[in-house]
Design a protein around this ligand. Structure first.
Ligand code: GDP
Ligand code: MG
Length: 363
C-alpha cells in the first residue's frame, strides 16, 4: 500500500517537487517561487548581491549554531565547570591534575578507553609544561579530540535513488530521525520516499505515516505483521517508478530477540541489494546518547550483522553524556554523520567535529 501525502499547500509544493526532479533549468512559469527566495533573485537578475544579504545568511547560520550550542549545554557544563574546578584546586597542570581530569572525562561519558587515549596525548605536553592555563589545556584537549574524530567525509548523494537503511534498537529515535532527514531533503530540493519496514509493532507504520504527512512525503507500508523484506521490495519498486531522489527504510529494533532482529536485517539488506545493485548506499545506525557506553555495545552488534556506514547520535539535548560521541567515533571507527538535538524536524545537525568540540568545551 502506498500512501501519498500532500503537504499543506499542495499546489506550491507540487510545483516544487516537479522542479526538483527535473534536471532542466527552472521554467519561467515557476518564477513565483523564485520571488520568495533572495538567492535565486540575486542570481537570476545578475545584479550584485544586495547589501546586507550575506549577513542574513550568516545570521541564520549563527542562529542555528547558537541553538546547537544551547542544546549541548549540559555536557558543556559538566566539562567546563569541572575543568574550572580543577584549576581552582591545582596550582599546576601536573599528573595529579590529569588524574582528576581523567575522572571528569569519564563522568561526561567519554568512556575509559577514549579518556585514556586523550590523557596520554596530554601527558607529553604536561612534561613540557605547556598547559599551565585553562585556555591552553582546552586547546590541547580540542586538538586531541579532533584527531579522534577524523574520519572519511560523508559519501555525497551520487545516485538516484539514494537508499538509506536505518537501524538501531527500539526508542533510539529511528523514525523521528527519518522524518528529520526527509524534511532536510525537501528543504534542499530532493524528493524522498519512506518505507515502513518496522512491521513488528502496530503503531510503528502509523507513526511513520504521521511524519510523512507532516513533512509531505509518500510512505510505503503494508499491514501489521507483514514480512519486512516484502515491504522493502514494494517500497523500492515504488521509488524506482516514481523516480525519487532518496529512500529511507525504517526498521524494527526489538532487542529481546536479538538473533531474529539481526537475521531480519540481513534479509532486508539482501533484498535491497538484489532489487537495486549497489544499494543500500548507507546503513545508518541510530544511537541514543543518553544510553552512554551501552551505545558502543550496540554499535558493535549492528556493525557485525549489517556493516554500518554511518552513525546518527540522538538526544544530545538535555544530557550530560554528550562525550559519548567521542567514545563512539573513536572506539568503533564508524563516522558520525548527524547529531540529534531535539524532537523537532529542524533538530538534526550534520556532524561537524570542530563545532561539536567547541560546543562541549565552551570554546
Ligand atoms: N530530546 C530528544 N528526543 C528525541 C530525539 N530524537 C528522537 N527523540 C524522541 O525519542 C523517542 C523515540 O523516538 P522514535 O523515533 O520513535 O524511536 P525508534 O523506536 O528508534 O523509531 C520519541 O519520543 C522522539 O521524539 C532527539 O534528538 N532529542
Ligand atoms: Mg520507530
Amino acid at each position: 500500500m502506498i500512501r501519498w501525502f500532500r503537504p499543506k499547500e499542495p499546489e506550491e509544493n507540487e510545483i516544487k517537487a516537479e522542479e526538483e526532479l527535473a534536471e532542466s533549468p527552472r521554467p519561467e512559469s515557476a518564477k513565483p517561487l523564485a520571488e520568495t527566495s533572495p538567492q535565486i533573485e540575486a542570481e537570476e537578475s545578475g545584479k550584485p548581491e544586495p547589501e546586507g544579504f550575506p549577513a542574513t545568511i550568516s545570521e541564520a547560520k549563527k542562529g542555528l549554531l547558537h541553538r546547537f550550542r544551547e542544546r549541548l549545554s549540559r555536557t558543556r557544563k559538566t566539562l567546563v565547570d569541572g575543568i574550572d574546578l580543577l584549576f581552582a584546586k591545582h596550582p599546576f597542570v601536573d599528573e595529579a591534575f590529569l588524574e582528576e581530569l581523567e575522572e571528569l572525562l569519564v563522568t561526561a561519558d567519554l568512556g575509559v578507553e577514549t579518556t585514556l587515549n586523550l590523557i596520554n596525548a596530554m601527558q607529553e605536553r604536561v612534561r613540557r609544561r605547556e598547559l599551565g592555563q585553562v585556555e591552553r589545556l582546552k586547546a590541547a584537549l580540542k586538538a586531541a579530540m579532533l584527531e579522534m574524530l577524523q574520519g572519511p567525509p560523508p559519501r555525497p548523494i551520487s545516485t538516484r535513488p539514494w537508499v538509506v537503511l536505518m537501524v538501531g534498537v527500539n526508542g533510539v529515535g529511528k523514525t523521528t530521525t527519518i522524518a528529520k532527514l526527509a524534511h532536510r531533503d525537501r528543504q534542499e530540493g530532493r524528493v524522498p520516499l519512506l518505507i515502513a519496514a518496522d512491521t513488528f509493532r502496530a503503531a510503528a507504520a502509523e507513526q511513520l505515516e504521521v511524519w510523512g504527512q507532516r513533512v509531505g512525503v509518500p510512505v510505503v507500508r503494508q499491514k501489521y505483521g507483514a514480512d519486512p523484506a516484502a515491504v522493502v521490495f514494494d517500497g523500492l519498486s515504488a521509488a524506482l517508478s516514481r523516480g525519487v531522489d532518496t529512500v529511507y527504510i525504517d526498521t524494527a529494533g526489538r532487542l529481546h530477540t536479538k538473533v531474529n532482529l539481526m537475521e531480519e536485517l540481513k534479509k532486508i539488506h539482501r533484498t535491497i541489494a538484489k532489487k537495486l545493485p549497489g544499494a543500500p548506499h548507507e546503513v545508518m545506525l541510530v544511537l541514543d546518547a543518553t544510553t552512554g557506553q551501552n551505545a558502543i555495545a550496540q554499535a558493535r552488534m549492528f556493525q557485525e550483522a549489517v556493516g554500518v556506514t554511518g552513525i546518527i547520535l540522538t538526544k544530545l539535548d538535555g544530557t550530560a553524556k554528550g562525550g559519548v560521541a567521542l567514545a563512539v567515533a573513536h572506539e568503533t571507527g564508524i563516522p558520525l554523520r548527524f547529531l540529534g538535538v531535539g524532537e523537532g524536524l529542524d533538530d538534526l545537525k550534520p556532524f561537524d567535529a570542530e563545532a561539536f568540540v567547541d560546543a562541549i568545551l565552551g570554546l
